[in-house]
Design a protein around this ligand. Structure first.
Ligand code: GRF
Length: 211
């Protein structure tokens, strides 16, 4: 099976990256990680180096465009087909997103369209909701928006604090990213297919698994 080339962008602890990297070891999984880009020397960055991925640190640049210029060069040089944002804290410009239209996925720790942006666990607790979750979606020009590929949900227990919820959710979202990416590649990812976004939109409400 032909695997597609992935780049991972990260800024944090790298649990989603690790989960994707384990999945990619399976010959039947449709992707391989070719490049890991980090904007800081975070745990995920160190982990990627330890696992011997091509790991690039792009930091201390004057503006977002310098980051994107450097990243674009690396993505092309490494023949990357698809970018997975995995806890990446920089907001990408509309120009960059448009240049990689339908080729950037993100994982966001809420059941979108609820709670875009930061502080999602606190927001979910404060809202009084009994469930919380994560979403994998195609990235568009707006923050935490774009067609949804998969979602997972956990229950919020009455005594749960932010840290407990975050830890519990991570275990599920790590699986969610692997499953959603596989689904996206097998079903929709076709660089030549202009209708791919439409097809994703049709599946907008399909939950690939829930708890
Ligand atoms: C995850 O909660 C993800 O949903 C969010 O950032 C966090 C990254 O965690 N976008 P990790 O670095 O993959 O452990």
């Amino acid at each position: 099976m032909k695997k597609i080339n992935l780049a991972i962008f990260l800024s944090g602890t790298g649990t989603n990256f690790l989960s994707l990297s384990k999945a990619c070891l399976d010959p039947d999984y449709p992707a391989d990680i070719k490049l890991v880009i980090s904007d800081r020397e975070c745990i995920g960055y160190k982990l990627s180096k330890k696992l011997k991925y091509k790991t690039i640190l792009i930091k201390h640049l004057n503006n977002a465009f310098d980051f994107e210029k450097k990243a674009t060069h690396l993505l092309k040089k490494n023949h990357v087909d698809l970018i997975c944002l995995a806890g990446f804290m920089k907001i990408l410009s509309p120009e960059f997103v448009n240049n990689w239209k339908n080729k950037i996925l993100n994982i966001h720790p809420s059941i979108l369209p609820l709670f875009p942006g930061l502080g999602t666990h606190k927001k979910a607790i404060a809202s009084g909701m009994k469930i919380h979750g994560s979403t994998v979606h195609v990235v568009d020009e707006n923050l935490d928006s774009g067609p949804i590929i998969g979602q997972c949900a956990i229950n919020i227990k009455s005594k749960d604090n932010k840290k407990q919820i975050e830890e519990r959710l991570k275990k599920y979202e790590n699986i969610l990213y692997v499953k959603s990416l596989e689904k996206y590649i097998k079903t929709f990812h076709n660089v030549e297919n202009k209708n791919s976004l439409k097809k994703v939109e049709k599946e907008y409400n399909k939950v690939i698994f829930s708890i």
